[in-house]
Design a binder for this molecule. Structure first.
Ligand code: AMP
Length: 924
């Protein structure tokens, strides 16, 4: 009968009087269905032997549980010796005669687990060895990590691994309408719990994340950019007609230019410019107008001027930014119509100018002809020259005549002669031989004379031309002609080459300029820009941070105190976006220019980063007071306080998961060439998913600005590398040192590094080669990684890429690597506990094998042992008699001495260290 007095069936045996019992009961074949580790829950009752008179010696109070793996689901007979024992099961509760009388049922429940990986199924067996026992029920089960969705990736129902510590790596698949951002992975732990989510997916464009799935944007909404975020309302003058829109189409009559972002409202071409006025000055006109009434919602307005005929617009005809243009080279006394067309980024192709232009008609003044420019000399004789020229560019009317003015160069203009002609040539005679003359020409119309041309210089000849055939002269002539030709050729060549060279140079210069431009651009994307290189701090902050309207922020409560003022939490609602929780840092009321600049510099820095493990900047408020910096809200606050609050509550894997996040953020920063300088657990923030993000980008500046006084007061000594303390050498390697300290803080749940030692003592201890010991329960390899980060020579420290790889490897192979050291435990624990092989390796950094051998008077075997590979004290602990004989330590008393003393000496050495150094620093 069970406790409710209902009859139940049980398997019973009670051969307590006879000795040497071995009674077997076997189950049917149980398929293992993919399970690797099964759990057997047994419910049974057991009679207390003491309550049975006269059974001493034969009555037992335990039974044995066995299993046998097999592919055969119908084994007729399995030899008992083929079964493997799982455990001997004893009862917590046994019943006596009195219990039976009182009808008390004392049911025991025991659970055992075993790895079953070799066959399709197994049999279980129970061996009674002489107990009085009733087997009430047996339940066999295995554990799975249940189907789940994390970071938009689905992870299937997964059987746990074969070992109690194994983690099964599972790759997730992106939920519908999403795509991978970083390969989604998680680990299924032995208890059926999911651990360490890595990577994840993002919703496709046109979709947004809603409770773990991607939902299409509603009609009237869209999502156009592939960063995290919600669908946003279509910008003004646009719409989406279907769900899942990636872009909102413009309403009729509204347009988007190719370079307009999809988030910008749709706009219109401008209306016509207004109040066009003209001012005529002879043959040029200045046109001025004012901006159109409607700019169409854009600010990229420009103007194009138009007119018939060959005229010159300055500064240019189209692309005019100013509302003024000068037109010259017009015909005199001529009617012109000028049009000014307003255009903007969406004018192209839409509405062909009607309604967008304004015109003016005017008549130019009478004007004299422009100067004659092209005078050429024809025949030159001893007493004369013939000249010819072209009509002026702008005659501005009918040319009535030309006037040639000429005079001897030496006489200047004091005595000149004039000759008039109606044609475009003149034969000037009556000149003196061998004299230099200057000639100028001007034209006359009804409007008067134009300006004279620039003077043309000429010399009349001395003698008649030399005759061809005159030997001496002709050679000379030939020579001089050929010389002239060669000279001409050379100068032509030089001219062409120099032109080309110049052209090439300008071309190269413009190319260099172009490359320089692209360079700055890429630099901008990949490399951190120090906001203090900007002269105007507001320019820097607006380059990297979005200005938020203070009315969109609702402050809810104060959550902390920062260097410049309060830190609050609250909500931020931006147009067309979902309301989000944010942290709000404000600048206290009375501030100096320098304080404002320093305060905002954090935003200028933060705004340049985009990484899941770096705190995200939402924007700034600078245009009204108080000045604020808005960032994403991190529910669990800073990491040090968070860990102290949850002391001992996480698994090593969870802690390593946090460290991985921090390392990933730091790798990103170092790839951006940003050195943090103040990496510490207090500057890491934790959100509700335990994601850790690097924050606090303020300190770097303080140090640079004010090196002297910041030197000792501002440097966080306990987190800073020796070279950064000594001569302010801050590099990614000094950040690595700080990362080691953060590892230590995390593994010790927020303990203060170097406890209550003073800063001076810390600097001294580090200098003397001491390093922090492994925190309690910290795996050896993690402490080794900390020690690597704390290498004195900074180039020997690992990079963040290496650290990240190492942590990933750890997470992948936790059973082999994440063995616990026991930290302080091995000092306090019993002798045998100390000598568990897993507790060994930390001695490596504690003491040398050589010291240990010296201490026990066995120094003569130093070389023998070293050659055989026994170099560390913990390796000495593994020695056996056989090992020693095989490497040549054959004296039995020495073998005994080594075996007996090594353990003793190591233990007392550890105790000594602890006594001498209450801080339990570890010398390296
Ligand atoms: P800080 O000036 O950055 O050191 O901020 C001061 C304190 O405000 C921190 O120690 C945190 O407790 C809190 N805090 C700052 N930023 C955030 C945030 N984004 N989310 C939650 N708490 C924050």
């Amino acid at each position: 009968m069970d406790e409710k007095n209902v009859p139940i069936r049980t398997y019973q045996v009670c051969n307590v009087m006879e000795p040497s019992q071995s009674n077997w009961l076997r189950t049917d074949w149980i398929p293992r269905s993919g399970a690797q580790r099964i759990y057997v829950e047994i419910k049974f009752t057991l009679r207390d032997c003491n309550s049975l008179p006269g059974v001493t010696g034969t009555c037992k109070e335990t039974f044995n549980l066995y299993y046998y793996e097999s592919n055969n689901d119908r084994e007729h007979y399995i030899r008992e010796s083929n079964f493997l024992k799982i455990d001997t099961v004893a009862a917590d509760e046994s019943f006596t005669q009195v219990d039976i009388g009182d009808r008390i049922m004392k049911l025991n429940t025991e659970v055992r687990d075993v790895k079953v990986t070799t066959r399709k199924g197994f049999y279980l067996a129970f061996q009674d060895v002489g107990a009085c026992i009733a087997l009430v029920s047996v339940r066999v089960f295995y554990k799975t990590c249940p189907l789940t969705v994390r970071n938009l990736a689905t992870f299937p129902d997964t059987n746990t691994g074969a070992d109690t510590s194994s983690l099964v790596e599972v790759r997730g698949s992106c939920v519908n309408q999403s795509e991978e951002r970083e390969e989604p992975k998680m680990y299924c732990g032995a208890d059926g719990e999911w651990l360490v989510p890595i990577g994840g997916c993002v919703c496709n464009l046109g979709y947004e994340e809603k409770s773990g799935a991607c939902q299409a944007c509603k009609v009237g909404f869209n999502r156009a950019v592939s960063t995290d975020g919600a669908c946003s309302k279509c910008p003004p003058h646009s719409h989406s007609e279907k769900e899942g829109a990636t872009v909102c189409d413009c309403n009729q009559g509204y347009y988007r230019s190719e370079s307009d972002p999809a988030s910008m409202p749709c706009t219109q071409p401008p209306s016509a410019p207004q109040q066009l006025i003209s001012e005529v000055n002879e043959t040029s006109v200045v046109l001025e107008w004012s901006a159109p009434l409607k700019l169409g919602g854009r600010s990229d307005i420009s103007y194009k001027a138009g007119s018939l005929g060959d005229v010159l617009f300055s500064p240019q005809q189209s692309g005019l930014r100013a509302t003024r243009v000068c037109v010259s080279e017009l015909q005199a006394h001529t009617r012109y119509t000028f049009t000014i067309l307003a255009r903007n980024g969406v004018s192209q192709g839409h509405s062909a100018g009607a309604g967008q232009s304004v015109s003016v008609t005017l008549t130019t003044n009478q004007a004299a002809p422009s100067p004659v420019t092209s005078i050429q000399a024809g025949d030159v004789t001893r007493h004369g020259v013939s000249l010819a020229w072209q009509q002026p560019d702008r005659p501005n009317g009918v040319i009535l005549e030309y006037e040639v003015k000429y005079y001897e160069k030496d006489q200047k203009e004091s005595s000149y002669r004039i000759m008039k002609t109606a044609s475009r040539s003149a034969d000037i005679t009556g000149l003196s031989p061998l004299t230099v003359y200057l000639f100028q020409v001007r034209a006359r119309t009804a409007a008067g004379y134009g300006e004279f041309s620039g003077p043309l210089e000429f010399s009349t000849n001395s003698d008649p031309l030399p005759l061809i055939g005159d030997a001496a002269n002709s050679t000379l002539l030939l020579l001089s002609i050929s010389g002239g030709v060669i000279l001409l050729l050379i100068s032509a060549a030089v001219f062409i080459i120099s032109r080309r060279y110049k052209h090439a140079q300008t071309h190269m210069a413009s190319e260099t300029q172009a490359t320089a431009k692209t360079h700055t651009h890429t630099d901008h994307l990949g490399i951190y820009v120090d906001p203090f290189t900007y002269e105007d701090p507001d320019q820097a902050v607006h380059e990297f941070a979005k200005e938020i309207d203070a009315s969109n922020i609702h402050i809810e409560k104060v959550i902390g105190i920062g260097e410049f003022g309060e830190v609050c939490s609250g909500r931020l609602r931006l147009q067309g976006k979902r309301e989000i929780y944010v942290a709000i840092k404000s600048l206290k009321a009375a501030y100096s220019d320098k304080q404002r600049r320093d305060f905002l510099s954090e935003a200028s820095i933060m705004g340049q980063f985009d990484h899941p493990n770096i705190i995200r900047l939402e924007g700034v408020v600078t245009r009204c007071k108080p000045v604020m910096i808005i960032t994403e809200y991190m529910e669990n606050g800073s990491l040090d306080t968070f860990l102290r609050k949850h002391d001992g509550q996480f698994t090593v894997i969870q802690l390593v998961g946090m460290l991985r996040g921090i390392a990933s953020g730091m790798k990103y920063l170092s790839d951006m060439s940003y050195v943090h300088r103040d990496l510490a657990a207090r500057n890491i923030l934790v959100n509700s998913n335990l994601v850790c993000k690097v924050s606090d980008f303020g300190l770097s500046r303080v140090l640079q600005e004010d090196p002297e006084n910041a030197y000792t007061t501002r440097i966080p000594i306990r987190w800073t590398s020796p070279e950064a303390i000594a001569y302010r050498k801050f590099t990614p390697s000094s950040d690595t040192w700080s990362y080691g300290v953060v590892m230590w803080e995390v593994m010790s749940y927020g303990e203060r590094p170097y406890w209550d030692m003073s800063n001076q003592d810390v600097i001294k201890a580090i200098d003397e080669g001491y390093r922090l010991p492994p925190p309690m329960d910290c795996p050896v390899c993690l402490h080794q990684l900390m020690l690597d980060c704390w290498q004195t020579e900074r180039t020997h420290r690992p990079s963040f890429t290496q650290i990240l790889n190492m942590l990933d490897k750890l997470i992948r192979n936790p059973t082999t690597t994440l063995r616990r050291t026991g930290g302080d435990r091995y000092i306090a624990s019993s002798f045998n506990g100390l000598l568990e092989p897993v507790a060994g390796p930390e001695f490596v950094s504690v003491w040398s094998a050589e010291d240990c051998l010296q201490a026990i008077g066995m120094g003569m075997y130093r070389d023998t042992l070293t050659t055989a590979g026994y170099t560390s004290p913990d390796s000495l602990l593994t020695l056996t008699h056989q090992d020693m004989t095989s490497i040549g330590i054959i004296t039995p008393s020495h073998q005994d001495q080594i075996l007996a003393s090594v353990q003793q000496v190591l233990l007392s050495h550890m105790q000594q260290i602890q006594e001498q150094m209450p801080d339990s620093m570890v010398p390296v």
